[in-house]
Design a protein around this ligand. Structure first.
Ligand SMILES: [Zn+2]
Length: 385
C-alpha cells in the first residue's frame, strides 16, 4: 500500500510526502481561516504558512543528505511526515568526524535560513526592526496575517527547529552529535548505547511534559525518539556482530551447484533432502550465470511444473550483487538491503566461489545471540570457590 500523497525528485533525491500531510495543511487553513482574515484569504494564508514551514523542514533534510553525498553516502529518500522530515541515508558513517558534519548540516540550514529571512523581514517592515518581534509566533500571525508576520513566523520556527533538533535525544540530531562525540572516546556500539539511554530519558520527560501541556506533537516525537533510538541501537549492535566474520569464511562449502541444462525437478529433490534454499547456477563451462532462489523456484513450479528449465526462471548473474571474500558480513548485509537481493555472490579474481543468503546472516545472529546470552548469564552468576 502506498501512503504517499506525492513524490518528486530534486537534486537527485526522492522526496515522499505522507498522505497525512493533507491534515496538517487543513489544520493550518482552519486555524487561520477562523481568525479575523476570514475563511478565503485566511485559509489560503494558513495553508501557505504550513507549506513554507515544510519547505524549511525539507531543506533541513537536504542539509543532511547533501553533506552525506560529499562522503559518498547516498540518500534513499526524504520522507515528510506531519511531525517533521526524515532523511533515509543508505548508511551512517562510523567515522565520528563525518557523522558530526552530516548531523550538523541540518540545523545549520535552519540557522542559515534565519540569517536570510531577517533582512527580508526588516525590508518588509519598512527598513526597520520596530514592532517586528511583537508579531512573534503563530498567535500574532493569526491575528495579523501579512508578509511581516509570515516572515517573523518563519524566522522563529526555523530557530525553534534548529534548537529542538539539537536536544541530545537520540536519534534527533543533537543525540547523533552526542554519539559522534562519545565515539571519540569509546567503541561505537557503547557510544550509541549511551546516547540512546540519554535519549530515552529525555523522551520520557517530553512525554510527561506533552501529557500535562496537551502537546500531541511532543508526545509523538517522544514516541519516535524512544522507538527510533532502540531500533538504531539494535542495528548498530547487529553490524558490530557481523563485522567479526569474513564473507569467504561464511561460505558453505558443501552447497550444491546447478547447471543451466537441468530442470526444476532436480531442485525439488534437493529441497527435500537438504536445508539449502538458494542455488548457484553455472553453465557447462563452469561460469556463474545466475541464481535460483526458493521464492523463484516455488513460483516456477506453480507455473511451469517440474519440467521447467532452470535457465528460464533463474535470476541472471548481472542482477546479483557481489563482494570479495575479504568483505565482512556487515558489508554483505548492507549490499542486501541496498539492492533488495536475498543473496550476494562471493567473487575473487573473476571466479564466483559461492553465495551468502539472508538466511546465513540470520543464522549468525542466532548463534552469536545465544553465545552472548550465555556470557551474560555467566557474568551474572556468583563465583564459587
Ligand atoms: Zn536533522
Amino acid at each position: 500500500m502506498n501512503w504517499n500523497l506525492a513524490e518528486f525528485k530534486l537534486w537527485g533525491i526522492d522526496v515522499k510526502i505522507h498522505w497525512s500531510f493533507v491534515l496538517v495543511l487543513a489544520f493550518g487553513a482552519f486555524v487561520y481561516g477562523a481568525g479575523p482574515a476570514g475563511w478565503g484569504l485566511g485559509g489560503l494564508y494558513g495553508a501557505l504558512t504550513i507549506l513554507l514551514l515544510f519547505v524549511c523542514v525539507t531543506l533541513h533534510e537536504y542539509g543532511h543528505a547533501l553533506m552525506a553525498r560529499r562522503f559518498g553516502i547516498g540518500t534513499r529518500s526524504i520522507l515528510l511526515l506531519p511531525i517533521g522530515g526524515v532523511a533515509n541515508l543508505e548508511r551512517i558513517p562510523e567515522k565520528p568526524a563525518q557523522e558530526l558534519a552530516i548531523v550538523a548540516a541540518g540545523p545549520l540550514v535552519n540557522l542559515l535560513l534565519v540569517l536570510l529571512l531577517l533582512p527580508a523581514a526588516w525590508l518588509a517592515n519598512g527598513s526597520s526592526w520596530q514592532g517586528l518581534f511583537t508579531l512573534n509566533a503563530m498567535g500574532a500571525s493569526i491575528q495579523n496575517p501579512g508578509l511581516q508576520s509570515l516572515l517573523v513566523y518563519l524566522i522563529s520556527t526555523n530557530l525553534l527547529l534548529a534548537l529542538f533538533n539539537l536536544l541530545p535525544a537520540f536519534p534527533l540530531d543533537g543525540g547523533r552529535l552526542l554519539r559522534a562525540l562519545l565515539a571519540y572516546t569509546m567503541p561505537y556500539v557503547q557510544a550509541t548505547r549511551t546516547a540512546v539511554a540519554v535519549g530515552r530519558f529525555l523522551a520520557i520527560l517530553m512525554a510527561v511534559f506533552g501529557i500535562f501541556s496537551g502537546g500531541i506533537s511532543l508526545l509523538l516525537i517522544a514516541f519516535f525518539v524512544y522507538v527510533g533510538g532502540s531500533a538504531e541501537l539494535e542495528s548498530v549492535s547487529s553490524r558490530a556482530v557481523l563485522r567479526q566474520f569474513r564473507a569467504g569464511a561464511a561460505l558453505t562449502h558443501s552447497s550444491t551447484t546447478l547447471y543451466t541444462s537441468e530442470r526444476l525437478d532436480r531442485v525439488v529433490q534437493l529441497l527435500m533432502n537438504s536445508y539449502q534454499t538458494d542455488y548457484l547456477v553455472r553453465d557447462l563451462a563452469g561460469v556463474f550465470v545466475g541464481v535460483l532462489t526458493r521464492p523463484l523456484l516455488i513460483n516456477a513450479l506453480r507455473e511451469q511444473g517440474p519440467e521447467g528449465r532452470i535457465v528460464d526462471v533463474m535470476l541472471p548473474a548481472a542482477a546479483i550483487p557481489r563482494c570479495s571474500p575479504d568483505a565482512d558480513l556487515a558489508m554483505v548485509w548492507e549490499l542486501m538491503s541496498q539492492s533488495g537481493s536475498r543473496v550476494v555472490a562471493v567473487t575473487a579474481q573473476g571466479e564466483t566461489l559461492g553465495l551468502i543468503t539472508n538466511e546465513d546472516i540470520a543464522e549468525v545472529f542466532q548463534v552469536m545471540g545465544a553465545l552472548m546470552e550465555r556470557q551474560a548469564t555467566d557474568r551474572g552468576r556468583p563465583h564459587v570457590g
